[in-house]
Design a binder for this molecule. Structure first.
Ligand code: FE2
Ligand code: FE2
Length: 171
């Protein structure tokens, strides 16, 4: 069931692209250097980020650092662009071998392990890229933590992180 869901989600992502209106909105929210970073992502990832942005706005979330993090949370994936079969590998690998997938993600991004390393480390890479492009410390923290689940939600940053994770999980 989970594999079927992930596979459907995967094909939707492969065919998606942001509309010109979406790109205008991203351009308004991000600084010029951060918008350039947004454009480094492939179109499917841009569309995924826009979906998250729209859903946060529908929920009434307008905090600017959260909106920037929504647009850039997966930008670390653009450091090692994946081919189609590598994307299939990560979807199936994580669904069938969840524990081993996490172990494979700890190596260097080479060979067949590369998709697992990108999946595990893109939050850190993306946070560093966003920081270098002038993102706020809060945006950088949200990007860095977007896959981290083991912290108790208490402060302001944690509340924003919980919103981002909730919407990311649905997309
Ligand atoms: Fe991510
Ligand atoms: Fe995401």
């Amino acid at each position: 069931m989970r594999i079927a869901y992930r596979t459907r989600q995967f094909w939707q992502a492969m065919s998606a692209a942001p509309s010109p209106t979406d790109l205008d909105l991203a351009h308004q929210i991000l600084s010029p250097t951060l918008f350039d970073l947004f454009l480094e992502m492939n179109r499917g990832e841009q569309a995924h980020s826009m979906n998250i942005l729209h859903q946060l706005l529908l929920m009434g979330e307008t905090q600017p650092d959260l909106l920037a993090a929504a647009l850039l949370h997966d930008v670390g994936k653009s450091r090692y662009p994946l081919r189609l079969w590598e994307r299939v590998e990560i979807v199936l690998g994580r669904a069938i071998f969840p524990v081993k997938s996490r172990i494979w993600g700890q190596g260097t991004p080479l060979g067949w392990r590369k998709p697992f390393v990108v999946a595990a480390r893109h939050p850190d890479w993306g946070a560093n890229m966003a920081a270098a492009a002038g993102a706020s410390p809060l945006t950088v923290a949200l990007i860095r933590r977007h896959q981290t689940r083991d912290t108790a939600c208490s402060g302001f940053e944690d509340r924003l992180l919980a919103c981002l994770q909730e919407v990311d999980d649905r997309n």
